[in-house]
Write a protein that binds this ligand. Structure first.
Ligand code: FES
Ligand code: FE2
Length: 438
């Protein structure tokens, strides 16, 4: 980006950005910002890519395309999950051309260099004697599997310890038996909007009352908080207390108690703030994550249209407790789980004004489709809500593109996007590198 009064620098734009407001037009529309987002966020942060049950057997693989890179996720010969850049070390061809498959070796379609599932180069024909195969393995991408959730990180930076994230979210994932789950359905919603607009929409429920009758019918919090009156707030708090007391009687007490994570800010009067509770080590580039449990609607056992369960109980639950758990890592990897199913959410930027929002539904591994669960009932809430959100985000993008657009102030119920945009500006600020302002 070049300097000049008609072409402000990135720093000018960041400094001119009114805090507590949504972002200026350039951040949502300009290709240069899209490229910056890819470099500073998607090629640096931990990205949730899928569930391990997508590669149940040695030799299974699938390909993830994100931020201009293609990454092959394999279950290798040692039964471990590897993440390999899909770029041949000979002359750079893509190696895996299918989205998923099964193979004992990865063979490049160009000159047949052949790699093991862990990326080792096994065979390369007619190379000079000085050629050392061990120097030409596929480039590896950092990968962490937490209770079945596969996270990757494309960065080569050393300071990317995942241990504290793992130890914070593991108990919640274990509670829900996510490691023992299987993928029951997946759906991708191509949305004609910048990834930040799609994400901001997901992070707030200010829009829920006017636009999501189904979601509001399932989640009482939304109606009571959206109401804004003292009576509604008191009603919500009373319900929250009843639910917590009931849950505390069960063996799940410890997990419920940790729903306000150490270091996180938990304000029961503003339940949306819980979603943003996170542990941070104070550096701008530290991983942002959260995990929390909250009640569904009173009388609802699961996040379904009628509140009845849709699938067999998962994990450590011995009965339905009317709660749901939300987990998020670096904003773009998220999970929400009832006692009988979980939904993973991914935000995948495709172009400045195109985002794929993917949902992956999980149920217990031994559950049988249309016997133990109905796929339509399972998908109902997030399918209907996301179809509405797609329209909202696309309308938002169209308006932001106008020359008349100016960033407006977030409401009291938009703490989520407000925190996100603050974090976002830190990520792209060239004066903040490795968390230090220079
Ligand atoms: S580019 Fe892969 S073998 Fe030549
Ligand atoms: Fe929504």
């Amino acid at each position: 980006m070049s300097a000049g009064p008609t072409n402000p620098t990135l720093v000018d734009l960041i400094d001119a950005q009114p805090r507590g407001n949504c972002l200026s037009r350039a951040f949502y529309c300009e290709p240069t910002f899209f490229e910056l987002d890819m470099e500073r966020i998607f090629r640096r942060r931990w990205l949730l890519v899928d569930h391990a049950s997508r590669v149940p057997h040695r030799g299974d693989y699938f390909v993830v395309d994100v931020a201009g890179e293609s990454i092959v996720i394999t279950r290798d010969e040692r039964d471990e999950i590897s993440a390999l850049f899909n770029v041949c070390r000979h002359r750079g061809s893509r190696i895996c051309l299918e989205n998923e498959g099964h193979a004992s070796r990865l063979t490049c379609p160009y000159h047949s260099w052949t790699y093991g599932l862990d990326g080792r180069l096994i065979a390369a024909r007619q190379m000079p004697e000085s050629f050392r195969k061990e120097h030409f393995g596929l480039r590896r991408c950092r990968v962490e599997v937490v209770e079945g959730l596969i996270f990757i990180n494309m960065s080569e930076h050393a300071a990317l310890d995942f241990g504290h994230v793992r130890s914070a979210i593991e108990p919640f994932l274990r509670l829900h038996g996510i490691a023992g789950a299987k993928i029951a359905a997946r759906e991708s919603f191509r949305t004609q909007a910048n990834w930040k607009l799609v994400l901001e929409n997901f992070l707030e429920c200010y829009h829920c009352l006017p636009t999501h009758p189904e979601y509001c019918a399932v989640n009482s919090i939304v109606k009571l908080i959206g109401d804004g009156s003292e009576r509604a707030s008191a009603e919500y708090l009373a319900y929250w207390d009843r639910w917590k007391a009931a849950a505390a009687e069960s063996s799940l007490a410890s997990v419920v108690a940790s729903s306000a994570m150490p270091g996180g800010s938990f304000d029961p009067r503003n339940p949306y703030s819980i979603a943003q509770a996170s542990l941070r080590d104070g550096r701008a580039n530290s991983t942002v994550y959260a995990a929390m449990r909250t009640p569904i609607n009173e009388g609802f056992l699961s996040m379904t249209e009628d509140g009845r369960p849709v699938a067999p109980l998962m994990g450590q639950f011995t009965k339905f407790d009317g709660g749901k758990t939300s987990v998020s890592v670096d904003y773009v990897g998220r999970m929400t789980a009832a006692n009988d199913y979980a939904a993973l959410f991914r935000f995948v930027p495709v172009a400045p004004e195109i985002t794929d929002f993917e949902i992956i539904w999980l149920v217990r591994q031994d559950a049988v489709a249309e016997k133990d669960y109905s796929v339509d009932r399972l998908k109902w809430l997030w399918h209907v809500t996301t179809a509405q959100d797609k329209v909202l985000a696309e309308n938002n993008q169209r308006g932001v593109r106008s020359g008349m657009y100016a960033p407006g102030p977030y409401s009291l119920l938009e703490d989520g996007p407000s925190r996100f945009t603050h974090w976002y500006l830190e990520q792209i600020d060239p004066r903040i590198e490795n968390g230090a302002r220079s």
